[in-house]
Design a protein around this ligand. Structure first.
Ligand code: F6R
Length: 251
């Protein structure tokens, strides 16, 4: 695990965007896993800026989102599909045929999760995945539990996760769907490179637990310690509880 600590959240997001752009330049047909949430918004802005400046070409790339709300999809204001359209897809030359999210509206979720997993496999697996970190240690919608699912699955969302998503539903956490469809931990750990982007003081305790605590299904992000190729990009606030940040940069 390689940890980079940047002075601000904006710089951390810029550092994540710059890593993604490097991968895209080296491998134009990149298969990229992507998160939603507040944290990556400045990263997406940087990617859009790079595209507009002629420094990024998404025409051969493929993306797979980590998750989607059960019951929601294209055209639903609170859906992760709408988030991705607003923050990335509508602004770059990524083909809509290669911008994948689990279909939350599917009436047959068992078939849908199997289909999503197959699509990732057929694309050759994930070259790079960018992750955020939930305050409760979740990754995607893989919530703390006694057992974690390996593959894309349907999951009951914990109240903490529904509250964290309330902003997408007019601030009403009870309006947040009760279930989601999410890549499993095995799907995520199958990515050849993982970039974990975490910012803000509210995540500092969980960053320390996930990166330096015991590997446990109660902190799904702790499983990342077992992956051979993880780059963690933090701002100072998120790194505050790490005893000895392994790398400090002036970013
Ligand atoms: C969303 C996802 C989640 C978020 C996490 C952090 O696609 O995968 O695991 O990354 O909940 O969200 P923010 O960035 O809003 O704190």
């Amino acid at each position: 695990m390689h940890v980079i600590t940047c002075t601000t959240a904006a710089r951390a997001a810029a550092a994540a965007a710059s890593r993604v752009l490097d991968h895209l330049r080296r491998q134009p047909a990149l298969v990229l896993g992507v998160p939603t949430g507040d944290t990556p918004i400045p990263m997406y802005r940087a990617l859009v800026r790079a595209y507009r400046a002629g420094r990024a070409d998404f025409s051969r790339a493929t993306t797979f989102n980590l998750d989607e709300f059960a019951g929601l999809g294209r055209g639903d204001a609170g859906s992760y599909r709408s988030y991705m359209q607003a923050h990335l897809f509508d602004h770059v030359n990524l083909s809509s045929r290669r911008a994948h999210l689990p279909d939350g509206r599917s009436t047959d979720w068992r078939r849908e999760v199997a289909r999503y997993e197959q699509r990732i496999t057929r694309a050759g697996g994930l070259d790079v995945i960018v992750l955020g970190l939930g305050r409760n240690g979740h990754i995607g919608f893989n919530e703390p539990a006694d057992k974690l699912q390996a593959r894309t699955h349907r999951v009951a969302l914990q109240p903490a996760t529904r509250r964290a998503n309330a902003r997408l539903f007019g601030g009403h956490w009870r309006s947040v769907p009760t279930h989601g469809l999410s890549m499993g931990m095995g799907t995520i750990l199958g990515a050849r490179q993982i970039i974990l982007l975490v910012t803000g003081a509210a995540k500092a305790g969980m960053v320390a637990r996930a990166l330096t605590g015991p590997i446990t299904t109660r902190v799904p992000a702790s499983l990342l310690q077992a992956h051979p190729n993880v780059l963690v990009i933090l701002d100072r606030a998120a790194a505050a509880r790490l005893r000895a940040p392994r790398t400090n940069t002036k970013n």
